[in-house]
Design a protein around this ligand. Structure first.
Ligand code: C2E
Ligand code: MG
Ligand code: MG
Length: 648
């Protein structure tokens, strides 16, 4: 008898062992409190109950003649009901997962409720037949048939959702897993139909759960491997969850300002070790979930149940940061700030998660407050709004090529005329914030992947202007073009330059490219490669903003620049009456000019605004002079007029 029992239950036993292992792993590891994860927990519970009924119904079938009829029916009712509830939960779970935790519509809730009412109705009232034969047991009848139809409907819905999401490109890999689970389930269903005595539906369901667990609920996808904090994917999902809950919450970002410096001084492990220590401190002290979102901060969310402890938590963290953190043998103080974002006051529930992430990332850079806790104030919000609107404006400007080039003449001291000119880009239309400097918008264009489009616009405009107005004949031997950090290391740059120079028939030796000192020093191989190629074509290079970057002299003399452009920040202090170290400023400037001349560089000084400054610099032997004293940057027509007047 026992071997008959075991024979009939062997698939269930295998499934139970498997399932128990998955359940233990699932329930003990750290979980995100996503709505979909709650459905997954329910799903896990539903499968367990289903398995218990599966055992019970099989045992009742085997002992059919001994057990009361109602018990036999009840175990089957439970078995069939929990099979359909498991499938409905798989549907709800995958649906929530795909829609980024967006809550269900009333229609969908009513629809699912109807399906539940139907299946309860059939489970209670429809008849069922039970078969006990020497070689096996099974049951059949309208109760099962009707509920199986509902299950097939769920499978169609799950597959349909997966197809729609796959086509939209949402979590494509995960959709393939969903197809696989449904495929697997169909195969098991068919086998069960063909060989009813095999009772393998529990094995099928376990396999489905295992696949879902490994793919969609995979814990390692949400964990940052280095610090074991939750990663940015997890934060994104949780923010979606919190916004959808429509209840107030705080996002707190601990911004660690000195991590870069510490990493430079003490090595790479410092960052990871410190972030890990901070994570462990926060988890142990407050039982919070910690996210590593940016490279120099840790983030956590305070939901409602933490509100009454908020001040206490922030104060405790502040106290902790007044103490040292140890890195091996060394103890360091960390310069930290807490940026507190309140939702929905600072960020609305219906805002985009990607925008909220940018907001978290950048809120500290907008803040001018020096206090430890920096709540988002109106100034930060305005700055954020400004940046957002400006980005929209810039996207459009790039699409419609709405930029203009201005030209600032550069005076050649030896030749006593304007032989060089610097091209400076301007937005053609006024933004709602008035004039926006390229110093502000170029980094934004870079960050948003549009810099090569802008380069294209700029180079086209400048070269066509040079060609049309025959600037060479008007005495201009060099056009100076600024290259941003990304532009200067873009591998397409030499090609683009070559193409446009040919197209507009411009000799390459009349183009001088300006690269800022900090970019020149921090960019490596790609910059050198680009410089070599462009030089081979005939272009020359200036080091822009000399004196504002790292001023690593030994490095600078190694790089192949023809011209050094000394920044106005080295010039202006020499003429500032209020400057107490005026003599030192002069000494520094004079020595630098002397040194650079000795190295054989040509020297431009930028930002010359008075005759006095110009006379003084001329005495120091500079080769070129640029500044408002000669002219502000001019639009095309004014520049031509300027040349005609001044370059006779
Ligand atoms: P930069 O290359 O150092 O350009 C010099 C800046 O100083 C220009 O500002 C110019 O208008 C300003 N300037 C020149 N002489 C004087 C003066 O006597 N007094 C004062 N107060 N200012 C003076 P602008 O046009 O706002 O450009 C700012 C920066 O934006 C530039 O600094 C450059 O780094 C960047 N930039 C401008 N145009 C372009 C461009 O087409 N491409 C790239 N990649 N960067 C650009
Ligand atoms: Mg420049
Ligand atoms: Mg400059």
């Amino acid at each position: 008898m026992y071997s008959f029992l075991f024979n009939n239950l062997r698939f269930q036993i295998a499934a139970t062992v498997f399932l128990l292992i998955i359940e233990i792993i699932y329930f003990i590891r750290p979980k995100l409190r996503l709505l979909s994860s709650r459905f997954f927990s329910l799903l896990m519970i539903s499968v367990i109950i289903y398995l218990i009924f599966d055992y019970a119904s099989a045992i009742c079938l085997i002992y059919m003649n001994q057990v009361p009829r109602w018990l036999l029916r009840f175990t089957h009712q439970g078995f069939i009901f929990f099979l359909q509830s498991t499938l409905s939960l798989i549907y709800l779970y995958t649906d929530l997962y795909n829609r980024n935790q967006k809550r269900y519509s009333k229609f969908k809730i009513s629809f699912i409720a109807c399906l539940y009412i139907f299946s309860i109705f059939f489970v209670i009232f429809a008849p069922m037949e039970y078969v006990l034969e020497p070689d096996g047991i099974y049951s059949y009848g309208p109760m099962a048939d009707f509920v199986y139809l509902i299950i097939v409907l769920y499978m169609i819905l799950i597959t349909k959702n997966a197809i729609v999401s796959y086509k939209k490109g949402i979590n494509k890999k995960e959709q393939l897993y969903i197809f696989a689970t449904m495929g697997l389930w169909t195969i098991f269903g068919f086998i069960q139909m063909l060989v009813p005595k095999m009772l393998i539906s529990s094995v099928g369901l376990t396999a489905v759960i295992l696949l879902l667990f490994l793919s969609l609920e995979n814990p390692s996808e949400y964990i940052d491997k280095e610090t074991l904090a939750f990663n940015s994917t997890a934060l994104k999902l949780m923010l979606g969850e919190y916004l959808n809950r429509r209840k107030p919450f705080y996002i707190i970002n601990i911004d660690l300002e000195d991590l870069d410096i510490l990493e430079n001084q003490l090595g790479q492990d410092v960052r990871v070790n410190l972030l890990t220590d901070i994570r462990i401190y926060l988890v142990k002290t407050f039982r919070l979930k910690i996210y590593r979102f940016t490279n120099q901060s840790v983030t956590f969310i305070l939901a409602r149940r933490y509100f009454f402890r908020k001040e206490e938590i922030l104060e405790k963290i502040q106290k902790r940061f007044e103490n040292v953190w140890s890195i091996g043998e060394t103890n360091v103080m960390l310069n930290a700030h807490l940026d507190v974002i309140t939702c929905p006051t600072d960020f609305p529930y219906d805002g985009l998660i990607s925008e909220l992430l940018t907001f978290i990332q950048e809120s500290h850079s907008y803040s001018t407050s020096k206090t430890f806790v920096r709540a988002v104030d109106s100034e930060i919000k305005e700055n954020y709004e400004r940046k957002k609107n400006l980005l929209l404006f810039l996207r459009q400007a790039i699409e419609n090529k709405e930029f203009e080039m201005y030209y600032q003449p550069i005076f050649n001291v030896k030749e006593n005329k304007f032989t060089n000119v610097e091209a400076l880009v301007r937005l053609k239309n006024k933004t709602q914030y008035g004039f926006v400097s390229p110093e502000e918008f170029i980094p934004m264009v870079e960050k948003n992947g549009m810099i090569m489009d802008l380069s294209n616009i700029i180079f086209n405009k400048v070269f066509s202007f040079m060609n049309e107005k025959s600037l060479r004949q008007k005495g201009i031997s060099h056009m100076e073009l600024n290259l941003s950090g990304l532009q200067s290391v873009d591998s397409d740059l030499p090609l683009l330059m070559n193409k446009l120079l040919t197209e507009y028939n411009i000799p390459a030796d009349s183009v001088n490219l300006e690269i800022t000192e900090s970019v020149a020093i921090t960019s490596g191989y790609m910059l050198k490669k680009n410089m070599d190629e462009l030089k081979k074509m005939g272009c020359s290079f200036s080091m822009d903003d000399f004196g504002t970057g790292y001023s690593n002299l030994s490095q600078i003399v190694k790089t192949e620049f023809e011209v050094i452009k000394i920044d106005k920040s080295l010039l202006w202090p020499c003429f500032d009456e209020k400057n107490k170290s005026l003599q030192n400023a002069k000494m520094l400037l004079e020595t630098l000019i002397e040194l650079m001349l000795k190295f054989g560089y040509e020297i431009v000084v930028e930002g010359i605004e008075t005759q006095e400054q110009f006379e003084y610099l001329k005495k120091q032997g500079i080769t070129f002079a640029q500044g408002y004293y000669f002219s502000k940057p001019l639009c095309e027509n004014d520049f031509i007029e300027f040349l005609e007047k001044n370059n006779k």
